[in-house]
Design a protein around this ligand. Structure first.
Ligand code: HEM
Ligand code: SF4
Length: 553
């Protein structure tokens, strides 16, 4: 777990006091709207359609139970009793009062949290695999590197005013569960001749111009991580466009220069700084790793524990379905990681109530060494659960509405807040999610379809990752009316791809039927056990187009 030292505490407390003063001056009219804007953005505060929106940083999604309970209390005392998990492992409050925000920040500071750099043109929260440290396919735990990046990037004076916001993700496993190829920088941990290093991807992103990142270095030694990142961000800071907001992201610069030229500029910059202050000493690396030592695992006979679990599952169909979909293999015998689903039908994906936040804290204390993680797909993970306790955990999770056994299926969709909250929206997205969940509520059908990502965004900013959904839905505005464009074939995994537009958009009422037709065609064409994305890649867009736009005869 990350933790603050005395200096961190002092800096964050000073920041809260500073923002309190700025807010007071704004409320008394001493600061204009224009003057207050950059000040509030530096503290994660947006002004949205109906109310302010405060985004809280959760480093690589990791929280302890005290932090979870505090978030619960804040949502109860200062908001409407719920909060929202985002796709970058952060948390948003949708209804705080502007005058309460300094108090909220003070409450967060007490549990070593803040909202610094969660908006504005700076390096944002670094994200990672929600199964970091426990996944069986892990090459090395990404969290110590995320932590080093956090310390290096937070309050980095040179990178406080970049051309645009900047997002870094680190993945430590063979499977990419951190969507690194749609980030400004994607760091993939690799091993060469027994040594840990990094493959570095640059220039990915979604939004108006979606791009899959390019590899600019296939093996960067461990000690060079920060100096190399510094070189990349420095080249971007110098050469990135500032004249046009939409052309200011690093992806545009990498495209303009070409990945090879961009990479060689980075190498030249790096040559000059690689032996400087950012070089990671063995002591610094060892120190960062002490933040993430293994918890006090018990020793189990793995085979025995598995047999006992299978016997328990065989007696109870509902438990076995949950076990299959919502739990994940663990590197330590006798343990599993558990995903708590925030996606029962009718609840906006990623929304959690104050009671549920408290419940995650209680479950983390009771079952998972007091820690939980927020995931990229807007759920939560308890990473270290004894297999023998899974049934008890499942029963508690059910009581709190967290045990919908739909992880990885069509109804476990990613969805942005859309027109219900967001002032940038072209269309609502939450009612679309709900209509699809209602239409496809037969679990056996969902299991038969297998793993399928459906992602919804209310506008082209792509907060809901529609470009990398196997099925992506994008809200569009047509002469003041809300319509939805369907895209197919995206993926944010290690073989990332961008979805292709199916054709003309649909009204909201038509969307569930269109999804139904797409699924029917997949079921018609798939080979046994073939997943949706594989069938799509084999047969291409055209048959889906023909099916969906066929004229009724
Ligand atoms: C209502 C508050 C929100 C506002 C005002 C907002 C605003 C934006 C804007 C303006 C962009 C486009 C920036 C760009 O890439 O050029 C963006 C992108 C993005 N936002 Fe949001 N957003 C909001 C909520 C969320 C939520 C709830 C999530 C997670 C569910 C999220 C995650 C993202 C992601 C992942 C991107 C894509 C960036 C990329 O890949 O390049 N945002 N957002
Ligand atoms: S995708 Fe658009 S509508 Fe959705 S949260 Fe982002 S900016 Fe708002």
């Amino acid at each position: 777990m990350y933790r603050y030292d005395d200096r961190d505490h002092a800096i964050i407390s000073e920041r809260v006091a500073q923002f309190r003063n700025q807010t007071e001056r704004y409320l008394s009219g001493e600061l204009s709207e224009e003057e207050f804007l950059p000040l509030r953005l530096q503290n994660g505060l947006y002004i949205q359609r109906l109310a302010p929106m405060l985004r809280v940083a959760i480093p690589y999604g990791l929280l302890n139970s005290a932090q979870l309970s505090r978030l619960a209390r804040i949502s109860r005392d200062y908001d409407k009793g719920y909060a929202h998990f985002t796709t970058r492992q952060n948390l948003q409050f949708n209804w705080p009062q502007l005058e309460d925000v300094p108090d909220i920040l003070a409450e967060l500071a007490e549990v070593e949290m803040h909202a610094v750099q969660t908006s504005g043109n700076c390096i944002r929260n670094t994200t990672s695999d929600p199964y970091a440290g426990v996944a069986r396919d892990e090459i090395a735990d990404p969290r110590p590197y995320c932590e080093l990046i956090r310390q290096w990037s937070t309050f980095h004076p040179e990178f406080a005013f970049l051309p645009r916001k900047f997002k870094i993700a680190v993945n430590g496993a063979e499977s990419d569960r951190a969507a690194i190829r749609v980030h400004d920088i994607g760091v993939q941990i690799v091993e060469r001749d027994g040594e840990i290093g990094f493959a570095i991807y640059v220039g990915g992103g979604q939004g108006r111009t979606p791009v899959i990142a390019e590899l600019i270095r296939d093996f960067l030694p461990e000690q060079d991580l920060l100096s190399y990142l510094e070189a990349i961000v420095r080249v971007y800071n110098q050469l990135g466009r500032r004249d046009n907001k939409y052309k200011a992201r690093i992806k545009i610069l990498v495209k303009a220069l070409g990945a090879e030229e961009f990479g060689s500029r980075v190498e030249r910059e790096w040559e000059q700084i690689k032996d400087g202050v950012d070089k990671l000493t063995p002591e610094a690396l060892a120190w960062a790793k002490t933040f993430f030592t293994a918890p006090d695992y018990k020793q189990f006979d793995g085979a025995e524990s598995d047999t006992a679990l299978h016997a328990e599952a065989a007696e109870d169909r509902a438990f076995s379905r949950w076990l299959e979909r919502n739990t994940f293999p663990h590197r330590v015998p006798g343990y599993r990681a558990v995903k708590l689903s925030t996606k029962p039908t009718g609840v906006p994906p990623g929304d959690v109530t104050d009671r549920q936040l408290d419940a995650i804290a209680e479950l983390a204390d009771a079952f998972s060494f007091g820690e939980a993680r927020i995931t990229h797909d807007q759920n939560a993970v308890l990473a270290d659960v004894e297999q023998a306790s899974l049934r008890a955990l499942w029963q508690s999770a059910r009581k709190h509405g967290f045990a919908t056994p739909n992880i990885g299926t069509l109804t476990d969709m990613i969805c942005c807040p859309g027109g219900d909250y967001c002032s940038l929206a072209n269309a609502k997205s939450i009612p679309v999610a709900e209509a699809i969940q209602r239409r496809f509520d037969d679990m056996d059908y969902l299991y038969d379809l297998g793993d399928l990502n459906l992602n919804i965004s209310g506008c082209m900013n792509a907060c809901g990752h529609h470009h990398v959904g196997h099925i992506g839905i994008l809200g569009v505005d047509k002469k003041g009316e809300e319509f939805y464009q369907i895209q197919l074939g995206g993926s944010s995994s290690e073989s990332a791809s961008l979805a292709k537009v199916l054709g003309p958009s649909f009204s909201r009422a038509e969307v569930p039927d269109v999804v139904g037709k797409i699924l029917d065609l997949y079921v018609e064409h798939r080979h046994p056990e073939e997943l949706f994305l594989d069938t799509y890649q084999r047969i291409g867009l055209q048959p889906f187009k023909e099916k969906v736009y066929a004229k009724a005869s």
